[in-house]
Design a binder for this molecule. Structure first.
Ligand code: MG
Length: 536
């Protein structure tokens, strides 16, 4: 009987903890403490949750080096994202997990099954690379800490990935043609959009310009990736739209948690959007059209630009990855200030770190070997290989923490073949590492330079939702989920209506009072408690 079946059997018949201990103690669990292959090497099972484009783990050459370095046999139990989302709940309920899981479970999920996942802070002395990672990046440690415990390790793609991925882009070719500058206030933005609408900046003789294009609102959150509410940063309230609390309407000012959807600044923003929609500067169907239509509008016929301003990951992703004719017309712009006496800020979230990367089964046999594998994965050499491909096939180790990535890594990815785990790595790229020929980030680093000044104008721990902010107990999580479901159902249609038809000023007091009745005040208190816990 294999170990997984053994555990499943025990779960199925609800054997008490004492019986399990007794069985394990008498040695009948057989391989429980030394699951070995025929040659006597310890076997470690690893389940990476993958995407279809990734080649099999055995074909990534670094996995063979890893087996040599750990002096163990690794059995890869690969699963696709789509399959895992179906299997996860039953697998966790049954306690049926591999020795190591990559990109499979969140800190909250591991906290929900504390007996299933090994608590890692107790092992940090056996994990020198992970310990150094946490010493150098203390926020990464906070990112996975729940109630002082860590049951899943985070990842760090390195300093090249220090940007938010939230970008406001504007057609610079049009601005130049019209003799206009990048707008720095809402008044200037308004004037620019009017010029875009009325002066045929694409020069085709048709009034076909969409001065500003926005995507429809989310349904399961208020903010989110590339939300039109990124313009809240214009008012001095910083969003962190890659992070859950900010998406749920939460913000921070001077260490105090509040609800941004009840601020006067948000009301100003809604009024501003209504002005733009009512004057035809934003399409009236902006909040109802689906995302495919939004994308199609931005890309137009691929030759003639028709959109002036939009939000996205980059000008290339919004206006065509392989279409420099179109996307080359656009540049990133800082948030224009809502008023000339307001200091605008920018979205404080980031894409460098991720929380749900490597979880260890509390029941893993060969624990010492499993810990060795973990520490190898978090070493510099294996982290680079997980992210960019094997050495020497795809990456050259130039020594002195310097690596050169081959063009093949990028061309093969573009052709739909991923030769590494890429952003799914369970690893850490230290700041001391230099990566030559890195082709994913230069453009984004360049684009995001326009936000440096706005991002350095506030305290990222006290004036924005930090990446590590999460709810610390299950009751609070449930309360948030229940409250948010009612809050979103109530608020989203109203906000959308105000943006299109107006009316925010008249209905505002009733709206904010209703939000509190639906639990917004309670949510704010829960997030304040969580914030205080992480920053005490
Ligand atoms: Mg035109």
């Amino acid at each position: 009987m294999n170990v997984n079946n053994f555990h499943r059997l025990l779960t199925a018949v609800s054997v008490s903890a004492s019986v399990i201990l007794a069985l394990a103690g008498c040695g009948n669990a057989g391989s429980a403490n030394n699951r070995l292959d025929d040659t006597g090497k310890p076997i470690v099972t690893i389940m990476p949750v993958k995407v279809a484009a990734m080649i099999p783990m055995k074909d990534m050459a670094w996995t063979k080096q890893l087996e040599e370095d750990c002096d163990c046999v690794i059995r890869w139990q690969e699963v696709q994202d789509t399959a895992w989302s179906q299997q996860k709940a039953p697998a966790l309920a049954a306690g049926d997990i591999a020795d190591l899981s990559i990109k499979a479970v969140s800190p909250e999920e591991t906290a929900k099954y504390p007996d299933l996942f090994e608590e890692m802070t107790q092992h940090l002395d056996q994990l020198p690379n992970v310990k150094r990672f946490f010493d150098e990046q203390p926020d990464a440690r906070k990112l996975v800490t729940v109630d002082g415990k860590i049951r899943v390790l985070p990842s760090d793609r390195g300093k090249d990935f220090t940007f938010s991925g939230q970008t406001m882009v504007i057609n610079k070719t049009w601005l130049d043609k019209l003799g206009l500058n990048i707008p720095t206030t809402w008044d200037e933005l308004y004037n620019v959009l009017v010029a875009f609408k009325t002066k045929d900046p694409n020069g085709n003789g048709k009034a076909d310009e969409i001065p500003m294009n926005i995507q429809k609102l989310e349904t399961k959150s208020i903010g989110g990736w590339w939300s039109p509410f990124l313009l809240l940063n214009s008012t001095g309230i910083a969003t962190s739209f890659s992070y859950t609390p900010s998406q749920q309407g939460i913000y921070l000012k001077n260490g105090k948690v509040g609800s941004w959807i009840q601020t006067n600044e948000f009301r100003q923003l809604v009024d501003f959007y209504h002005k733009l929609v009512s004057e035809g500067l934003i399409p009236a169907d902006a909040l109802t059209k689906d995302s495919s239509k939004y994308d199609a509008q931005n890309r137009g016929d691929g030759k003639t630009a028709t959109v002036g301003v939009a939000f996205g990951w980059s000008n290339r992703t919004v206006f065509g990855q392989d279409n420099p004719t179109l996307s080359g017309q656009y540049v990133a712009m800082p948030a224009p200030a809502s008023q000339s006496d307001v200091t605008a800020v920018w979205d404080a979230s980031g894409v460098r770190f991720e929380d749900h990367k490597l979880a260890m089964s509390a029941k893993a046999p060969n624990k010492k070997t499993v810990l060795k594998v973990i520490d190898l994965l978090y070493s510099e050499k294996y982290s680079v290989q997980q992210l960019y491909g094997s050495i020497p096939e795809y990456v050259t180790d130039d020594g002195d923490h310097t690596y050169t990535i081959s063009d093949d890594t990028f061309t093969e990815t573009n052709e739909g073949k991923m030769n590494s785990l890429q952003d799914r790595l369970a690893g850490w790229i230290p700041d001391s590492v230099t990566l030559n020929n890195e082709q994913w980030t230069p453009e984004l680093k360049e684009i995001n330079k326009v936000y440096e000044s706005q991002l350095s104008s506030f305290d990222h721990d006290r004036d924005a939702v930090p990446m590590y902010l999460r709810t610390v107990d299950e009751n609070d999580s449930n309360t948030l989920t229940n409250n948010n479901s009612e809050i979103f159902d109530y608020a989203l249609p109203i906000i959308a209506r105000w943006m299109i038809q107006g009316g925010a000023d008249q209905e505002w007091d009733e709206y904010t009072a209703n939000l509190n009745k639906l639990g917004m005040e309670e949510n704010v208190a829960i997030w304040q408690k969580a914030y205080d816990e992480y920053t005490k």
